[in-house]
Design a binder for this molecule. Structure first.
Ligand SMILES: Nc1ncnc2c1ncn2[C@@H]1O[C@H](COP(=O)(O)OP(=O)(O)OP(=O)(O)O)[C@@H](O)[C@H]1O
Ligand SMILES: [Mg+2]
Length: 243
């Protein structure tokens, strides 16, 4: 479904990604694990059309995504939940969700999709009239994911959904991700929370200083001593990975 070939991204003279190739099949959940500054957000931003790569190719259902405007990517079914969530803090939960349904592909079925999203996140149903900016970090993350789902994506890109959340809230967000995954939606997730993410994903790529240094099935990576040392840090539970 998604095919990234030899992608290089640079900001001025700083090379953030170098020669990155990866693929995601329809229905898969693929994780990108890496420490701060590894280039994870740059990778998702390029796929979502927010950053133009210096070289390389991004193919989606056999067609190139390069050069398409951001709204064109949303129309093609690609939704990004950016790092820091990117919700409208001054609008209510309901208004944030309604804005998510703006793409053509999402408009006709918006009412039904909204019911699905509110079933997935009952908290949002209770709080639909609350101003989003007054919600807790975890609730805001749910708004951000809910808004992305309102666009009826075929590919959901999640940039560190657990960032800055308390462990109990992280569990809640990950539980919602399991339910989303189980609907069959194709998901690419970027995380530093390696242990929890490998428990969820089908496959993962390990990113270090802009390069892919390993890949494999998530269950195999969880038991690989080198991966445990470098990315799981021997810590338990939801502790962030050590790089
Ligand atoms: N707009 C930008 N201008 C200049 N440098 C940038 C820009 N965005 C990212 N970088 C640099 O590129 C590198 C990769 O950044 P990126 O945000 O992709 O990493 P990341 O893996 O998402 O990190 P984090 O875990 O902290 O979110 C970093 O060294 C960062 O400083
Ligand atoms: Mg990032």
């Amino acid at each position: 479904m998604l095919e990234v070939r030899d992608l290089t991204i640079a900001y001025g003279r700083h090379v953030a990604l170098e020669g990155v190739s990866l693929s995601v099949a329809r229905g898969e959940m693929v994780a990108i694990l890496g420490a701060n500054g590894a280039g994870k957000s740059s990778l998702l931003s390029a796929i979502a059309g927010r950053v133009a790569p210096r070289t390389g190719a991004i193919g989606y259902d056999g067609q190139s995504l390069l050069g398409l405007p951001q709204h064109g990517l949303v129309d093609r079914g690609i939704a990004l939940v950016p790092e820091g969530r990117g919700i409208f803090p001054g609008l209510t939960v309901a208004e944030n969700l309604a804005l998510g349904a703006n793409p053509m592909r999402a408009r006709a079925g918006a009412a039904a999709t909204r019911e699905e999203v509110l079933t997935l996140f009952p908290r949002l149903a209770e709080r639909r009239r609350q101003i989003a900016g007054t919600m807790s970090g975890g609730e805001q993350q749910m708004v951000a994911i809910g808004r992305a789902l309102m666009s009826k994506p075929d590919l959901l890109l999640l940039d560190e959904p657990s960032l800055g959340l308390a462990p109990i809230v992280v569990q809640e967000v990950f539980a919602a991700l399991v339910r989303i995954r189980d609907t069959g939606l194709t998901i690419m997730i970027v995380e530093q929370n390696a242990r929890a993410t490998l428990a969820l994903a089908d496959r993962a790529y390990l990113l270090e200083a802009g390069r892919i240094i390993g890949t494999g099935r998530a269950d195999a990576l969880r038991n690989d001593p080198a991966v445990v040392r470098a990315f799981l840090g021997g810590l338990s539970g939801n502790a962030p990975a050590q790089a």
